[in-house]
Ligand binder design. Structure first.
Ligand SMILES: [Fe+2]
Length: 201
């Protein structure tokens, strides 16, 4: 599949465009984890679906690390395989097409780790070694003030749910459907956003 022109992205082709990223670049390694980038995101989405979670959570988990591929969206010309605030970059590319609940799950998935480390002592045990390493680079657990601020987010529940899926999606031996299984769901989220003009924020 060739790389489409980002300036022509719209509600009719964004879902396929993201699928192209999964197909062409999904095999890239997820640093320090036993899964590829695509496996990681597909595992989170699959676990959410198996647990009967709402579509916004499934799609949030599916797209949460899309910011690792921002060069696909023409945002950076430099090497984008490093963790350069991928959560913010990911939210920015999705914002135009997806409801704020989805972009918040993407934007705050790193903050959610810092939040959960501060508020749920048992959560720390779920973290992989690579995730503990990046936690330190990301500022460590939140302080009390940051916790209060973070809890003001109206999408807190969904953000936390996606964060748990982020931890869960690092299994060596899990079978998942591919991106195209979830594509109709992704399209429904896009359509919902475009219809509502995201007024339900
Ligand atoms: Fe992740």
């Amino acid at each position: 599949m060739s790389k489409p022109d980002v300036s022509k992205l719209n509600r009719g082709n964004i879902v396929e465009f993201i699928g192209g990223i999964f197909d062409r670049r999904g095999d890239e390694e997820y640093l320090g984890e036993p899964v590829t980038m695509a496996e990681h995101m597909l595992q989170g989405a699959t676990i959410a679906e198996q647990n009967g979670q709402p579509e916004e959570i499934i799609v949030g988990a599916l797209l949460h690390d899309i910011g690792h591929f921002t060069s696909e969206f023409g945002m950076f010309s430099m090497d984008d395989t490093e963790d350069r605030y991928h959560e913010e970059a990911g939210a920015e590319v999705l914002e135009q097409f997806f409801p704020s609940v989805i972009t918040d799950c993407v934007r705050y998935h790193v903050a959610a780790k810092r939040y959960l480390c501060a508020t749920k002592p048992e959560y720390f045990n779920r973290l992989s070694e690579a995730s503990i390493h990046s936690l330190n680079l990301q500022g460590g657990p939140m302080n009390a003030e940051e916790v209060v601020e973070f809890e003001k987010n109206p999408n807190l529940k969904q953000i936390i749910a996606v964060r748990y899926l982020d931890e869960a999606g690092k299994r060596e031996d899990m079978e998942t459907p591919d991106y195209w299984h979830f594509a109709p769901m992704v399209q429904r989220m896009v359509d919902k956003h475009m219809r509502a003009g995201d007024s339900a924020k």
